[in-house]
Design a protein around this ligand. Structure first.
Ligand code: NAI
Ligand code: AKG
Length: 391
């Protein structure tokens, strides 16, 4: 029996893939083989030794201690692109809503519910206070051209905006999907200096924390609207509060409200709704569950953030998977362990991602139970190996 525990509300479409499979147990015990999670913070989580993989049904993995997991031999997956359309639609909605003062206008109109008197007359008299601007012809800066940023940039062009984008690490795939009419910013300063709106679509990492800092506000075109559907920590809060006070920033639309943010002037707080659509929750849950099950059943890896994609057709005979540091002579040492047994290697693959690597070896016959335990122990004893599975 393979055991999977879930955190957060995972769409039933994904859960059914586990519940309907007789080989699986869902939320059954404290020693799961796999974890399915959305935004729950796992940084203080005490990972049981049973955990082999974590699948994040979503894009951002800053809630998971990736380095610690890797050192414990845990593969961490996410679901690239599965919720990108949901975020894009909410960004576009908020570009227009913030430009047309929609939330304050609707909030004010709702406050008339209990008033007695001539609502149409009051509305006509007041509406001049909510006059907005059109986004057509305005300049939008898109920071980060991954799954979400590319969709936002292309569709903003279709809405008549002038789009300039900054991503020094853009993938070849994303570059193919990006419209040629999106202008490239070589420096982030170009985005701060020129744009009426800036939307952030970068991951939160040690390098991007406080990406929008006091220095950035000093270079901004006055009256800019900033949309943050990425992560709150990308923006330095005290500096943002000052920029909103001084009018450098006209509005700050954020999917990540907290007490400090709610106290700021001209904030549009959204309760982390970027990926909250039925479609996106289904996409993420199905993709995350399938990736997790594939790994647990076959050792094949797709869309891990700490290991490369590694795939071989699974014969069902006997597969050895080894997660290890990307250092010399690992494959040699792993193969040497097997040379002590009467088995042939039928197929083999080794791939690396930065400082970590993964080796899969298919044997043409099953090892006896006592041999399996021995092989596992001998491989675990190799310096640099963090996990060994025999499937
Ligand atoms: N509000 C919500 O519910 C959601 C929020 N997100 C957030 O949005 C982020 C982006 O999501 P995706 O587009 O799916 O990720 P992605 O991985 O497809 O794209 C991220 C892009 O950012 C770029 N990038 C990284 N560092 C950069 C830097 N310093 N300057 C400029 N570009 C940089 C990368 O090259 C990459 O192209 C996620 O990491 C997550 O934090 C994602 C989905 C839902
Ligand atoms: O699961 C969610 O609703 C949050 C989505 C998100 O923030 C992400 O995918 O990075």
């Amino acid at each position: 029996m393979i055991s999977i525990n879930t955190y957060n509300a995972i769409s039933q479409s994904g859960l059914s893939l586990i519940e309907d499979d007789l080989n699986y147990h869902l939320n059954g015990n404290g020693d799961p083989d796999g974890i399915l999670v959305r935004s729950k913070n796992l940084h203080d989580y005490d990972f049981p030794a049973s955990v082999k993989a974590i699948a994040r049904a979503g894009a951002g993995v800053n809630n998971i201690p990736i380095d610690l997991c890797t050192e414990k031999g845990i593969v961490v997956f996410n679901t690239p692109g599965a919720n990108a359309n949901a975020v894009k639609e909410l960004v576009l909605a908020n570009l227009i809503a913030s430009s047309r003062n929609l939330y304050s206008a609707v909030g004010w109109t709702n406050s008339l519910r209990d008033s007695e008197g001539d609502v149409p007359g009051v509305v006509e008299a007041k509406k001049k206070e909510f006059v907005g601007s059109e986004i057509k012809g305005k300049k939008l800066g898109v920071v980060g051209l991954g799954a979400i940023g590319v969709l936002v940039a292309n569709d903003a062009l279709a809405l008549g905006m002038d789009v300039v984008a900054y991503d020094p690490f853009i993938s070849v795939d994303a570059a193919w999907r990006l419209s040629q009419d999106v202008k490239r910013a070589h420096q982030i300063e170009e985005v701060w200096a020129e744009c009426d709106f800036v939307t952030l679509h970068i991951p939160l990492t040690d390098k991007t924390a406080s990406f929008v800092s006091e220095g950035a506000f000093g270079k901004m075109k006055k009256g800019m609207t900033i949309l943050n559907f990425s992560r709150g920590e990308l923006v330095e809060e005290d500096a943002m509060a000052a920029a909103l006070e001084s009018g450098i920033v006209r509005k700050y639309v954020t999917d990540f409200p907290n007490e400090k943010v709610l106290a700021m002037k001209n904030v549009v707080p959204v309760p982390h709704l970027g990926a909250s659509t039925v479609e996106s929750e289904e996409n993420c849950a199905i993709m995350a569950t399938k990736q997790l099950k594939t790994y647990l059943e076959t050792g094949n890896i797709k869309h891990a953030v700490n290991l490369p994609d590694v795939e071989l057709p699974y014969s069902g005979k006997m597969r050895v998977t080894v997660m290890h540091q990307n250092i010399p002579n690992m494959v040699g040492q792993i193969a040497t362990v097997l040379s002590g047994y009467a088995v042939n290697i039928a197929d083999m693959i080794n791939r690396s991602k930065n400082t970590w690597a993964y080796t899969m070896i298919d044997l043409d016959q099953k090892l006896a139970d006592d041999e399996q335990a021995e092989v596992k122990q001998k491989m675990k004893n190799i310096t640099g190996v963090v996990s060994v599975r025999l499937i």
